[in-house]
Design a binder for this molecule. Sequence first.
Ligand code: HEM
Length: 90
Amino acid sequence: MPNGVLTSPNITADIETGIGKMGREDFIKRFKGYDPAAYNAPKLGRKDMPTIMPWTMYAGMESKDLTAIYTYLHSLPAKKNVVVKWKPLQ
Ligand code: HEM
């Protein structure tokens, strides 16, 4: 990104380094929270993390589809892999 390095996070079910602590309801809420009808994108400062994850588009997914994605992710082996999501440029 113009202001830093953005890396896609570990979305395996690892508790410490992945999304293992995020329950099914939290997973669905996280996506639905970006519904463009209600979501106001925050104003970002120069060092803030922008995202390329298409959250507002994915917010339109139905809960049953998000549940299917969640179930799929949890069917895969959990991988311990620390990812630094955001490194702003100095
Ligand atoms: C169905 C497909 C996808 C799923 C299920 C998914 C899932 C997720 C989840 C659950 C997070 C939050 C992780 C956390 O809080 O630690 C996340 C973050 C992220 N995703 Fe995705 N993702 C998908 C597609 C994509 C795509 C297409 C891109 C980029 C082209 C992307 C880039 C990112 C990035 C950069 C982040 C970290 C920044 C942020 O939290 O917004 N993802 N993704």
